[in-house]
Design a protein around this ligand. Structure first.
Ligand code: ADP
Ligand code: MG
Length: 256
């Protein structure tokens, strides 16, 4: 390989976040010449090494580090049940252009409609593709930031989180926040605005967020930044958790 080809490969593998590709390209090329592989066989061998490296450490380590409550994928989401979101919309998001563009994804809808599932599925995809990801509920994020603030290192914590390309903020709205939360949550959102992505889910519409946070002014400012560059997906329908459970479970009544 000429020096300029090596430099080009180094650049390409860096932009693809595929370090293994560079590490094995030369060695496999030698083998390919020795064994008379055609070009396609060589390409497949190089890519297979990269995929194996991701599966073995990178990908699964990042999925683990993200602390998902459960690992979900797009493949195990049934779009025939949840018809208010099109598979193509999620498939497009799964190409992860939104991370490169530092824009957000917001899922809104009642309990059990797939908000957390789809949030995790997109984040798992990001982790597998080489992005660092962190998952927590809105309350966990607020607690973490509150602790950092009390320790006098809120800015430091926001900066640290700023190095993570994708944060998932689950369940805004199930439990009301205490008064400090609005400013902490605002700080989180504005620190990432146009710089880093978030996936946020909520069972409440934005108009109800004022009540959840108890601070309409801060809420207006945070929602403004959150949705300025965002795909907002509204999920409808009955809870997947309660499917086929029958009326007696839902109403507590027993049929005789
Ligand atoms: P939400 O966050 O909107 O309350 P979840 O995403 O947690 O709902 O979904 C509840 C459960 O139902 C999860 O176990 C999830 O994997 C499953 N689920 C929800 N919608 C679907 C779907 N359309 N296809 C497959 N599983 C689903
Ligand atoms: Mg949920």
């Amino acid at each position: 390989m000429s020096g300029s080809t090596v430099a080009e490969l180094a650049y390409l593998s860096r932009s693809l976040k595929a370090p293994r590709l560079l590490a094995v390209a030369g060695r496999l090329a030698e083998r390919a010449r020795d064994e008379g592989w055609d070009h396609e066989t060589y390409l497949a061998a190089v890519l297979a090494e990269e995929v194996a490296a991701r599966d073995s450490h990178g990908g699964s380590a990042r999925v683990k580090a993200a602390r998902f409550p459960a690992v979900k994928t797009i493949d195990d989401f049934d779009f025939r049940v949840q018809t208010s979101v099109k598979r193509e919309v999620i498939a497009h998001l799964a190409q992860l252009d939104f991370l490169a563009e530092a824009t957000n994804v917001v899922f809104l809808g009642p309990p059990g409609t797939g908000k957390t599932h789809l949030s995790i599925a997109l984040a798992v995809q990001a982790a597998r593709r080489g992005y660092r990801v962190a998952f927590a509920t809105a309350h966990q994020w607020v607690n973490r930031l509150g602790a950092a603030k009390r320790a006098g290192r809120l800015d430091e914590e926001l900066e640290r989180l700023g190095r993570i390309p994708l944060l998932v903020v689950d369940e805004v709205g199930y439990i009301p926040f205490d008064p400090e939360a609005a400013s902490l949550f605002f700080a989180l959102i504005s620190s990432r605005y146009e710089r880093r992505s978030m996936i946020v889910s909520s069972n409440k519409t934005f108009s109800a967020w004022a009540e959840i946070f108890g601070d309409p002014v801060a809420v207006a400012a945070m929602v403004d930044r959150l949705v300025h560059h965002a795909e907002v997906i509204v999920l409808k329908g009955d809870s997947y958790r309660l499917r086929g459970k029958g009326e007696e479970v839902l109403t507590g009544s027993k049929r005789s």
